[in-house]
Design a protein around this ligand. Structure first.
Ligand SMILES: Cc1cc2nc3c(=O)[nH]c(=O)nc-3n(C[C@H](O)[C@H](O)[C@H](O)COP(=O)(O)OP(=O)(O)OC[C@H]3O[C@@H](n4cnc5c(N)ncnc54)[C@H](O)[C@@H]3O)c2cc1C
Ligand SMILES: Cc1cc2nc3c(=O)[nH]c(=O)nc-3n(C[C@H](O)[C@H](O)[C@H](O)COP(=O)(O)O)c2cc1C
Length: 763
């Protein structure tokens, strides 16, 4: 086959080598516009896993690459005058120039023709004389543009500015992050050694800081001098150097995330940065390029036609790229939002940095550096008031809100049972909540309990509006207090326009087949075309509902609940005021966020006045309507939380969605946790995270990174009321209390799960 590689970067050279290794009869030419040793950039990082793939594909070049590797195991973070080092991370680096030289050498040895200083104007022209054109012409690929109609590239330019510099200062003991606060804002460096006397030194900052420094108007030389001053104390008098002569101006860039919808057209196929990019903070661009080269070479050997090979290549590599781009997005967003985390204690800041891409879990960090993680866990426990030198997972740290002390950070999220009789909880509720309280969670939150019959969602919803309700709830609360050390929270709400609907396991949110009752909401809006149009509340309605809330809270206080939660989420009555999707009012309760929050805050203030002062109140919100700018977005949720915080709400329970049938939620593990993170770290308010959190590892990483104070699990508690005790057994933690009648079961479980470790160890 006659093969043209358009571009002599890692992708082009390595693909040429891989093809020739598979069949020496291939006639392969690499076209490169630059000279053989003209190259931008400094060092690149390769993981052990990538290196093994290279070694399997071509032991000879892999051996040469290995000889020139710089290795390091540690990550060091300089932040607020402290240097924190953790180990076990295992990277290797090599100069980009050296890597290319080694690949060029290997290519020549295999009889591949390398044509330097040959700028290819059109891949279409090459495609006429070659059987296969592999377009690996980099980030700004001309081929991608030439065939944009077929490849359909999506290019997203990210917010931060960065510049790729080098230095002879040694960073050979660790991959080093340096965060510096300047008069113009924070600026940071990612530094790593890649040969005996050179290190990569990438400087990054927000656009605002970049503008204030005036970096854009400086020459590359002036930029280096300015950055040397900023990072002087880490450079020991060494210079920063630029080798970006190919770039015009100051050489600062905004990272473009590239992903093409299609990667091939006729006999042309994209590879490397031309097809897709991965942010430098996960260091995987070269890995992607070289692994794609191996994969395509394998496909071309195995498949009967170019198109079959391309289809297989695209399919597999796209999945890999999407996986990496997702981790890269988490990572680059962490750096874009880093100012949000710059108040964190150095221990927590370091943890947050190390887990930013969500590829490294809590227990994975323990495998890397047990000592460091245990030190961090002890710090967390100390901060939580658990006493010195306690090493336990963060989920088992105590927590205090006003006078309510929780034994751990696990919350049974409110879940409607639809088993009430005329609003009255039944034996079902006693058994259901009692089991979950026995199961080890620190806090059990009861389902949305409605302040009036017409405020119920369904005929099966519980209420708090009749003396019988108070008696039944008190029985449940008394049991929880007498037999367990869990605390119990009462969630109160009003269904609004989502009321008068069927039981959860019937047709959810659909009107009843008979016996519907009239509904009211912020405005005359129906939940869906099938639901009734709600009556817009008058001031008199607002007074009535406020008084119903107050009466219900007085009953909840008499029942002895430990905490109160106002349900202001999921499209119910109070939520219908907050979101502009359903609040169309033109009076003082509609329009601006302050106006839309007025009624929910009025309810909060009224209930706060009757709820015991020593007991906390939480408010559950929908932090994202998932409809884009027309609805609540996470940015608005920060505004909502500030108003709640100012009013004296103790904790924000950060849920999302269920406010519109047009919502397009983006699901995934812990998918709502970023909203809790943002609220907690931008406002300083305590938060609870919820939504697809199901592993102890999720809980521990959320807490340790400071993304929430408490973690709510809903569905996992339907499947397993003993989720917390089972998690403790699995993790070998013996510090959680079991009900005495169950001790024999506990002991067997610990024996079966390996016995576990002591719960208190001196660090
Ligand atoms: C700041 C920064 C740090 C990075 N750090 C790392 C890291 O630590 N680890 C890592 O793995 N990756 C890293 N990368 C990414 C890495 O450099 C790229 O992902 C990788 O080089 C992609 O290889 P490629 O062959 O696709 O493209 P390139 O390496 O960009 O090669 C493309 C080649 O095509 C040539 N070319 C372009 N157009 C033409 C034309 N018309 N005619 C002829 N030749 C042409 C170019 O001159 C170039 O040599 C980093 C990138 C940046 C910006
Ligand atoms: C059966 C069921 C009933 C629910 N009822 C309520 C409720 O009464 N009040 C509430 O705020 N959220 C309710 N939710 C939402 C949960 O509290 C939680 O926010 C959601 O299920 C996401 O958490 P998970 O992924 O852990 O299940 C309910 C969820 C389920 C599955």
């Amino acid at each position: 086959m006659k093969i043209a590689c358009l571009g002599g970067g890692p992708a082009g050279l390595y693909f040429a080598i891989s093809m020739k290794l598979r069949d020496t009869r291939h006639d392969v030419v690499v076209f490169e516009r630059n000279r053989a040793d003209d190259t931008f950039g400094w060092g690149v990082v390769l993981s052990n896993e990538t290196f093994e793939n290279l070694a399997k594909n071509d032991p000879l070049s892999a051996g040469e690459i290995r000889r020139h590797f710089a290795y390091w195991d540690d990550i060091a973070v300089h932040y607020r005058g402290e240097k924190i080092v953790s180990t076990g991370h295992g990277f290797s680096g090599i100069a980009r120039k050296k890597l290319l030289q080694l690949l060029q050498q290997r290519a020549r040895g295999l009889g591949i023709e390398l044509r330097f200083e040959t700028d290819i104007a059109s891949a279409a022209e090459l495609a006429k004389t070659y059987d296969l054109v592999v377009a690996c012409d980099g980030l700004n690929s001309k081929t991608r543009n030439e065939f944009a109609a077929f490849f359909k590239p999506a290019i997203e330019t990210r917010k931060n500015k960065f510049v790729w510099l080098g230095t002879h200062q040694k960073f050979d003991d660790a991959f080093t992050f340096i965060f510096e606060e300047t008069a113009h804002g924070w600026i940071w460096a990612h530094a790593y050694q890649f040969d005996a006397d050179t290190a990569t030194f990438i400087v990054e900052c927000s656009d605002e800081t970049w503008q204030k420094f005036g970096f854009g108007t400086m020459s590359q030389e002036e930029n280096c001098r300015a950055c040397e001053q900023i990072f002087a104390k880490y450079l020991d008098g060494h210079k920063l150097m630029s080798n970006a002569a190919h770039l015009r101006g100051s050489a600062w860039l905004n990272f473009p995330r590239v992903l093409c919808e299609t990667w091939s057209h006729e006999n042309i196929v994209l590879m490397g940065d031309a097809a897709a990019t991965a942010h430098f903070s996960v260091g995987s661009g070269t890995k992607l390029a070289m692994e794609s080269a191996i994969f395509l070479a394998n496909c071309l050997r195995a498949e009967p036609s170019l198109s079959a090979a391309f289809a297989k290549y695209e399919d597999a590599r796209r999945t890999e790229v999407l996986r990496l781009q997702s981790a890269a997005r988490n990572s680059l967003e962490w750096f874009e939002d880093v100012e949000r985390y710059l108040h964190l204690d150095p221990v927590q800041f370091n943890y947050s940095l190390l887990t930013r891409s969500q590829r490294i879990s809590h227990e994975n960090l323990r495998l890397r550096d047990r000592k460091w993680l245990e030190g961090a866990e002890a710090w967390f426990q100390r901060l939580a008031g658990a006493g010195d030198n306690k090493v336990r997972r963060p989920m088992f740290a105590p927590f205090r809100l006003r006078d309510m002390g929780l034994k751990n950070r696990i919350v049974v999220s409110p879940m409607a049972q639809y088993k009430a009789a005329e609003g009255c909880p039944t034996d079902w509720h006693l058994v259901h909540y009692a089991e979950r309280a026995k199961g080890g969670a620190g806090l059990v939150c009861i389902e949305m309990t409605c302040v009036s019959p017409e405020g119920r969602i369904t005929p099966g919803c519980t209420g708090m509006y009749a003396p019988a309700h108070e008696t039944a709830w008190k029985r449940i609360v008394d049991f929880v207090h007498a037999e367990t050390d869990a605390k119990i929270c009462c969630q109160l709400g009003h269904s609004g326009a989502k009321g008068s609907t069927q039981l959860g396991w019937e047709e959810m949110d659909a009107p009843l087949s008979s016996g519907n009752w009239p509904v009211m909401a912020a405005s005359t809006v129906a939940w869906s075309p099938r639901n009734q149009v709600a009556r817009a509340m008058t001031r008199a309605d607002m007074d009535t509902v406020r008084d119903q809330f107050v009466a219900a809270v007085a009953m909840a206080a008499r029942c002895g609940f430990d905490m109160l939660e106002l349900h202001c989420a999921h499209g119910y009555l109070l939520s219908s005021f907050i979101t502009p999707l359903t609040n169309k009012r033109t009076d003082a309760y509609g329009g601006s966020l302050e106006n839309r929050m007025r009624y929910p805050l009025e309810i909060f203030r009224a209930v706060r006045a009757v709820w015991p002062v020593e007991k906390p109140i939480s408010v559950r919100i929908s932090a994202n309507d998932w409809v884009g700018a027309d609805g609540i977005e996470p940015r608005d949720a920060v505004g909502i939380s500030r108003l709640l915080q100012d009013a004296g709400v103790d904790i924000c329970d950060v849920s999302a969605g269920q406010t519109s049938i047009a919502a397009k939620p983006v699901y995934g593990r812990m998918f709502q946790t970023p909203f809790s993170d943002r609220i907690r770290n931008e406002t300083g308010m305590a938060t609870m995270a919820v939504g697809n959190i199901f592993e102890p590892d999720h809980v521990n990483s959320i807490l340790m990174a400071g993304r929430a104070d408490l973690v709510c699990l809903a569905r996992p508690h339907l499947a397993d009321p003993y989720w917390t005790l089972h998690a403790a057994a699995k993790l070998g933690d013996r510090g959680e209390t079991w009900p005495p009648p169950y001790y024999a079961g506990r002991d067997q479980l610990y024996r079966l799960t390996g016995g576990g470790e002591p719960t208190t160890t001196a660090v």
